[in-house]
Design a protein around this ligand. Structure first.
Ligand SMILES: CC(C)(COP(=O)(O)OP(=O)(O)OC[C@H]1O[C@@H](n2cnc3c(N)ncnc32)[C@H](O)[C@@H]1OP(=O)(O)O)[C@@H](O)C(=O)NCCC(=O)NCCS
Length: 160
């Protein structure tokens, strides 16, 4: 991709994409986007996020941001601040990030992430983490391009 094409795409994204907090009526569209991206409709997961989120005091709610283009939800990010887990001081975590396959490489993931980083910075958080599957090359490329690097932990797992 040439630099000119990239610049044009970014300009398109900046003009046409609205990044905002979700409303209750967005839930079904988010569930549908998730099903399209991951192949799995996780209604309970999203219902839990929405219901639990709205019941919690403002400061304890999970961070959820959506990207909207022409009234359609094309991206979603979920994050949260976790304190003292794994002996870590308050740390920002990105737990879900997905963009509709038809709207990728237009800067939408970058804008969703920028919102999350701003949210964490405003709350005094000094570092942000996420987990990416080794086989998930696209997502790894995205986070690497956004300045993320391999962290000091290893994940341990055991089959049950
Ligand atoms: C990762 C993801 C969110 C990126 O969203 P996006 O809107 O396409 O990303 P952006 O356009 O903002 O990309 C920013 C930069 O990241 C890098 N990047 C993004 N996708 C990339 C890819 N597939 N390959 C290489 N680099 C990539 C590029 O440097 C890009 O800048 P450029 O387009 O100017 O070259 C998107 O690919 C996605 O949703 N993947 C599936 C994620 C998923 O399965 N989530 C479910 C579990 S949480």
């Amino acid at each position: 991709m040439t630099e000119r094409t990239r610049t044009r795409k970014r300009a398109w994204a900046i003009m046409s994409v609205l990044i905002r907090a979700p409303r209750a009526e967005d839930m079904e569209a988010i569930i549908a986007l998730d099903a399209r991206v991951t192949g799995e409709a996780k209604s309970d997961f999203w219902r839990h996020k929405f219901v639990l989120g709205s019941a919690l005091p403002e400061g304890d709610r999970p961070l959820v941001r959506i990207a909207e283009v022409n009234g359609r939800i094309v991206g979603v990010l979920v994050g949260e601040i976790r304190s003292w887990e794994f002996h870590l001081p308050p740390t920002g975590w990105i737990t879900v990030l997905m963009v509709d396959p038809d709207h990728r490489r237009r800067g939408i993931g970058r804008r969703l992430l920028a919102e999350a980083l701003e949210y964490f910075r405003e709350r005094g958080v000094r570092s942000v983490r996420t987990m990416v599957g080794w086989a998930d090359g696209d997502v790894l490329s995205f986070f690497t391009a956004m300045g993320f690097d391999r962290g000091p932990f290893i994940e341990l797992e055991k089959s049950l």
